[in-house]
Design a protein around this ligand. Structure first.
Ligand SMILES: O=CCCC(=O)O
Length: 453
């Protein structure tokens, strides 16, 4: 497995894939660790999660540099990502016991009936490169707190991140085998999932990756959580604060190089504020500093891989050929590395790639709509249903519109973001199940009913 810096095309390191024997040993260690870990009092598990948060904070620059070198995001965004992982660990260190305390049910006099939450066992996490630390901690913090153990199959372009995450848990004092990274290619996931020692799986990634894992897991009757793609609408109504919407929208699309499932991708703008929004939004994205991701003042680093840049550019050119108007950007930068500028398309024809597919990079499709009803209709005109953002001066109207949008979360006057305190996940082609908050920690548990006469 080669780690290549996408900003410089330089090879960073080469890693040997784990052999079948090594994977088998890892699964044995995971099973053994689970038997011990599940018996640990919750306060021990919470204490170790706090220690993981400390380890993350103490070494945040080092981890952030590994992230930036392997996938090209700006260093300040990588530092923020590591800090968010620490917050996620802190959150479960503080709240896991409350989230998993037994629920009591009405029962006949003289009996008690309750639900207790018990861990399932080793959980396989198939994770992507776009937030190579956060996506993993979003699964690992609640799962470990619940008493499960983790096996990570990370994206093959971020092996250094995978190993660094394993070392976070080791250095924090977690028992051997509680969290392990498997350096393997995707075609070996099925066999691992079929193994009796693995009890469940979670996938963050593309639709095809999610449905392949879910099919195998289904065959072996194992629980899955899928967090897949999105084509999030960003709806600007006629009474919105347009300056704020344009500034936040520019970040909502371009943060993390635009490589986020919850990035705003389709900007649905009321005709009364369309011209002003388009002008301000264009000014905002054109002001972004694109360049060396290691530099502190960079807003947009490189895309994570050259092949993904070419896929993105194909989506843009095919959409322009179909009739979309290119307002800004639209050509890869003429320099070493995989750099693509913030790009805006208007007059987007129905069914062209930027309209109907997920764009995983800094490409915004901007639409003009006549009224609120058309805005909702267009927002819902997608197979995805991850997040959405609605902009209006009227909070009640915002909430009313939010409730008509088919998505796992809708943010009013804010960009879509995950936060350990609230559940996160999608509907439709964006997957199922929830991560984070109480819902997240209760995904990989046996909700056991205990009735005592
Ligand atoms: O890529 C999607 C999710 C990113 C996040 O949790 O902030």
């Amino acid at each position: 497995m080669d780690a290549v810096n996408p900003a410089t095309d330089e090879q960073l390191d080469s890693y040997e894939e784990h052999t079948e024997g090594e994977v088998d040993d890892a699964l044995d260690r995971a099973s053994d660790a689970f038997e011990e870990w599940r018996e640990r009092p919750m306060r021990d598990r919470e204490r170790l999660l706090s220690a993981a948060a400390d380890t993350l904070r103490e070494n945040k620059r080092e981890y952030a540099e590994t992230i930036t070198r392997e996938m090209g995001k700006p260093i300040d965004q990588a530092v923020a990502e590591v800090e968010k992982c620490a917050q996620g660990c802190d959150h479960y260190a503080e709240h896991a016991s409350t989230y998993l305390s037994a629920d009591h049910h009405p029962s006949p006099p003289g009996t008690t009936a309750k639900t207790v939450y018990e861990p399932l066992g080793p959980v396989l996490a198939v994770m992507p490169w776009n937030f190579p630390f956060w996506q993993v901690f979003r699964f690992a913090a609640p799962s470990l707190a619940a008493g499960n153990v983790g096996l990570l199959k990370h994206a093959s372009n971020v092996p250094g991140c995978a190993l660094a995450i394993e070392s976070v848990f080791r250095d924090a004092g977690f028992p051997e085998g509680a969290f392990q990274s498997l350096l393997i290619s995707s075609d070996r996931v099925d066999d691992i999932l079929a193994d009796d020692r693995v009890r469940a799986a979670t996938v963050t990634g593309s639709g095809p990756a999610g449905s392949a894992v879910a099919a195998t897991a289904g065959e072996h009757l194992k629980k899955t959580v899928l967090e897949l793609g999105g084509s999030d609408p960003f709806v600007v109504l006629d009474d919105a604060d347009v300056a704020d919407a344009a500034e936040t929208g520019a970040w909502a699309r371009n943060k993390n190089g635009g490589q986020s499932c919850i990035a705003a991708k389709r900007f649905v703008v009321h005709t009364d504020v369309y011209d002003e929004f388009r002008r301000r939004f264009t000014d905002e994205v054109e002001s972004f500093a694109v360049g060396d991701p290691m530099a502190d003042d960079t807003d947009l680093g490189s895309q994570a891989k050259p092949d993904l840049l070419s896929d993105l550019h194909d989506q843009v050119t095919a959409s322009v050929e179909a009739g979309a108007t290119l307002v800004t950007g639209g050509e890869p930068l003429d320099r070493e590395g995989a750099f693509y500028p913030p790009t805006i398309l208007t007059d987007v024809p129905e069914g062209c790639p930027v309209d109907s597919e997920e764009t995983f990079g800094p490409v915004a499709a901007v639409y003009e709509v006549a009224d609120e009803a058309s805005a909702v209709e267009l927002a819902n005109d997608t197979e995805f249903g991850l997040g959405a953002s609605v902009w209006t001066a009227d909070r009640d109207r915002g909430e009313r519109v939010a409730r008509r949008i088919d998505a796992g979360c809708v943010y009013v006057n804010q960009l879509v973001k995950s936060d350990p305190r609230v559940p996160f996940g999608g509907v439709g082609d964006s997957g199922y199940g929830r991560e984070l908050a109480g819902d997240g920690i209760r995904e990989f548990v046996n909700r056991k009913t205990v009735w005592v006469e």
